[in-house]
Write a new protein. Sequence first.
Length: 299
Amino acid sequence: MLLFSNILLLVSAVTSRRGFTILFNRVAIIILLYYSIISSDTEIGIYNGLFLPLTLGVIPVVSYSNTDLDKKSIIKENRGKSGVYVWTNKVNGKSYVGSSTNLTIRFNCYFNKSRLGLGSGKHMLINKALLKHGHSNFRLEILEYCDKDKAIIREQYYLDKLNPEYNILKIAGSCFGHKHSEESKAKMRKAALGRVFSEETKAKLKDASLGRKLRLSTILKLRSYRHTEEAIIKIRAGNKKSISVQVTDLETNELAEYSSMRQAAKQLNTTSATIGSYLKNKKPYLNRYLINCKSKANN
């Protein structure tokens, strides 16, 4: 069996025409797979001049043994095609499974070294490995071509079957299990602070929240939450009828009480927002009137 495999390897290596080589090797794999089954030898396989393990019974449609040299062929032969692929590190044997509805566009991204190290892509293990070991140390295989609407389903099949080491996410097409870096979290928080929702979006969010049932742990957490003093002042400032206001005239030491911030604002010829601002910063209004909240009003 081993002698037969070596003969196939030799013929494949000296064959100059790529099309004939692929056809020859497909026939060779079928023969080797048959012999491996009847002889219980599941570790010998050959494809495009390379020994490949057939233990899991996965036979690629096309294999590119040196992606650095085969770059043009990879881009040309997969233009407009949809399917599932696997990158295999020839140094350590680790692999990555992915899918795309346009393989040429996806592969162009992998061959763009500057893009591999930018944005969220720089955290992907496969991108780090390609930059570290180089494309020449990777084999790229098309596991199968499929319809665009089947790509994710077929990717999940191979994720479950091959359990590739470079795939952080084990669910095809999702971000489940992904951990953002602290830098990414800071950027997302910054972006969220300046986000302004349209009225349509607000309406959709409101509709989505109606009838939603909270988990018990969330309910208990909400019940145990306590506002800070600053938050309480903001809340009271937002509900201008809920508190009584004390205004002290620093020049005469006279103390006046008002049932609401609106009433105090009217007396001082200003707005409720201004009263709320001075209530928060504890500074005298017009350098004369010190404003404090007294207590909740009984409405």
